[in-house]
Design a protein around this ligand. Structure first.
Ligand SMILES: C[S@@+](CC[C@H](N)C(=O)[O-])C[C@H]1O[C@@H](n2cnc3c(N)ncnc32)[C@H](O)[C@@H]1O
Length: 207
């Protein structure tokens, strides 16, 4: 039966891929994902198509149209599809086709594990694709750690917080490239962030 699988692939390393995700891809006629997501399935013989920020809408519509034509398609989402992932945009255009969401380990969960933060004691905030908004200021001083997906740049977020008057010595953590061989987990101060160059693949915690 034709279906659109929205597949969470976890933080990126094969070790965190679920068997359910692998089975969904293996049973699909086509798999669509970012290059780093597709890399995880380079041993699976299935039609593979690349998805990027520039062709996101076109590829999501393409995926839905293939399902309407009777095919099964796996759409890969890094981490979990429901947290700043592809679930939200897909729901806007999928109409009545059959969907199955396969959860993945979010970068936020992975960050909480690395830093040993029970995440029921934390606030989760995503700025990804939204820009920095003053809303974040409301949670940062409530005594709980805030786990943040920055809007691509950790350094910009640190600069913003410093300009808003946050203590330069405030304890923060940056988890970069979680699960990859060059993963970095650093617990530093807010001002120390400016001494480093981080990639877009970061989760930040403000304690
Ligand atoms: C489009 S959002 C996807 C979030 C994803 N759905 C999740 O649950 O982790 C992409 C952002 O997630 C974070 N991210 C994804 N994978 C990561 C990793 N392996 N290490 C650190 N951050 C990661 C980064 O902030 C990146 O810019």
């Amino acid at each position: 039966m034709s279906k659109l699988y929205i597949v969470g692939i976890g933080p990126g390393s094969r070790e965190y891929l679920t068997l359910k995700a692998i089975k969904a891809v293996e049973s699909s006629d086509m798999v669509i994902g970012s290059p780093r997501a597709l890399d995880l399935f380079d041993d699976v013989e299935v039609d593979q198509r690349e998805l990027g920020t520039e062709n996101m809408k076109t590829m999501l519509e393409f995926a839905v149209s293939r399902v309407r034509e009777g095919k099964s398609v796996s759409l890969l989402s890094t981490g979990d599809p429901g947290f700043s992932g592809v679930l939200k945009p897909v729901l806007k255009l999928s109409g009545d086709i059959e969907l199955e969401v396969i959860p993945g380990i979010s970068s936020v969960q992975m960050c909480a594990s690395k830093l040993q933060i029970p995440w029921d004691d934390a606030d989760l905030v995503t700025l990804h694709g939204k820009g920095i908004s003053n809303d974040i200021l409301k949670v940062l001083d409530n005594g709980r750690p805030t786990i943040i997906l920055p809007d691509f740049k950790v350094n910009e977020l640190a600069n913003y917080l410093l300009k808003e008057g946050f203590d330069p010595g405030r304890r923060v953590a940056v988890c970069e490239k979680l699960s990859y061989s060059d993963e970095k987990v650093m617990t530093i101060t807010l001002k120390d962030i400016l001494d480093y160059e981080f990639s877009y693949m970061c989760v930040m915690v403000v304690y």
